[in-house]
Design a protein around this ligand. Structure first.
Ligand SMILES: *Cc1c(COP(=O)(O)O)cnc(C)c1O
Length: 377
């Protein structure tokens, strides 16, 4: 039997064509025609005030951290159940991370717990829309208003998903998306910073261009450019942008296909949920599903490890993640000892099933069959 990988990058077929155009256009550094086409796409489709392509979501988060002026000792509240980049971006600038627990029903940050974590040092709340499912943004934005905090959306997994009709990434002051090859829309490595708060627009472009006002210079707004702020090389080359543009042109067909794969898992696995053997993804009424991933929640670490091994023996690559950041080697001594029980439960019990555009129905049914076989034993 063929092995079924966890992920397989999907190519629309147009990538090589646009790469060729970019390479032979005579300009392959950043902020060229394809970069502008991609940024325009996001601003038009989702109404973000301003967007900047970055070399990764990690970089977009680092830009956000610089933009809100994180200083040593500032506190930033975020879920512990997330990828390291969510917290690294703020730790790099000296912030102390205050980790919050996940919801009981899904791995997103428990919005009802945040207020008790706010102190006079709190500067920002970073939310992660896990699996592309929205956090409870009305509650979070109300807290931000009340305590004068910034909200940054780690929307790495959340392209083309909505909260009460609003696109994810358009609600917080700033948001970061990823186009890593494991995401819905890809460019190998790549990301996007969405800037919704007008006060950050001008400075974001400077930070993006190594701390210079080069973008304004190219637009003829200043007659020479120089070093005006801190910054780094956050912008990707046109080669990356050209690849991404081919994907964006096919966003709706990619999303439709992924949703049908997601629905197949959901329909066929629901009897196991009804029997109480596993839990399936929970999507609140206020959220949409962008079919970023399909996960199941087992009843224990032992059961999860056995399931992953069982599938591996059948040639199927299912994976777990994340290890709780508050228990990580780097942060465990800096965390304030609160136990975060739902986060720890997801870290122990969640399994991600193979999920990619080219996953055939036949392969999917094999995977589902083996999961039933496992739970029969
Ligand atoms: C993928 C991911 C990132 C990192 O994205 P990169 O583009 O690889 O830097 C950050 N946060 C979350 C929640 C992710 O899923």
């Amino acid at each position: 039997m063929n092995k079924i990988p966890f992920n397989k990058p999907f190519l629309t077929g147009k990538e090589a064509h646009y790469l060729y155009q970019a390479v032979y256009s005579g300009k392959i550094s950043g902020n060229g025609i394809f970069t502008k086409k991609c940024q325009h796409f996001f601003e038009e489709k989702y109404g973000f005030r301003k967007t900047l392509l970055t070399t990764s979501c990690t970089d977009a988060l680092e830009m956000a951290s610089i933009l809100i002026n994180i200083q040593a000792e500032d506190e930033v509240i975020m879920p512990s159940y997330t990828f390291v980049s969510t917290s690294n971006a703020f730790v790099l600038r000296g912030a102390k991370i205050i980790f919050a627990d996940s919801n009981k029903d899904n791995p997103n940050i428990d919005a009802d717990q945040i207020e008790s974590l706010i102190t006079d040092k709190t500067k920002a709340i970073v939310v992660v829309h896990y699996a592309g499912i929205a956090c409870d943004m009305d509650k979070i934005m109300a807290l931000a208003d009340k305590y004068n905090l910034f909200v940054i959306e780690d929307a790495a997994q959340a392209i083309d998903s909505y909260y009460k009709g609003k696109p994810l990434g358009s609600i917080g002051h700033l948001a970061a998306f990823s186009f890593h090859e494991t995401k819905n829309i890809i460019s190998g490595e790549g990301g996007l910073l969405a800037i919704n708060d007008e006060q950050f627009v001008e400075r974001a472009e400077i930070i993006w261009e190594k701390g210079t006002n080069r973008s304004a210079f190219f637009r003829g707004e200043v007659d020479k450019y120089g070093w005006v702020d801190i910054g780094s090389s956050f912008l990707p080359s046109e080669i990356v942008a050209a690849f991404l543009y081919a994907q964006l042109e096919n966003l709706s067909s990619i999303q439709a296909k992924r949703k049908s794969i997601w629905n197949t898992y959901q329909e066929h696995l629901s009897p196991l949920e009804e029997k109480g053997l596993i839990r399936l993804p929970y999507i609140p009424d206020y959220a949409t599903n962008n079919a970023h991933m399909f996960y199941i929640v087992c009843k224990s670490l032992e059961s999860r490890s056995a399931l992953i091994q069982f599938l591996r023996n059948k040639g199927i690559h299912a994976v777990f993640h994340y290890l709780s950041l508050h228990q990580s080697p780097y942060y465990k001594n800096k965390h304030d000892h609160r136990s975060l029980s739902y986060c720890e439960m997801y870290a122990d019990c969640l399994v991600r099933l193979p999920f990619f555009y080219d996953l055939s129905l036949e392969n999917q049914k094999e995977i589902i069959g083996f999961i039933f076989e496992f739970f029969k034993e």
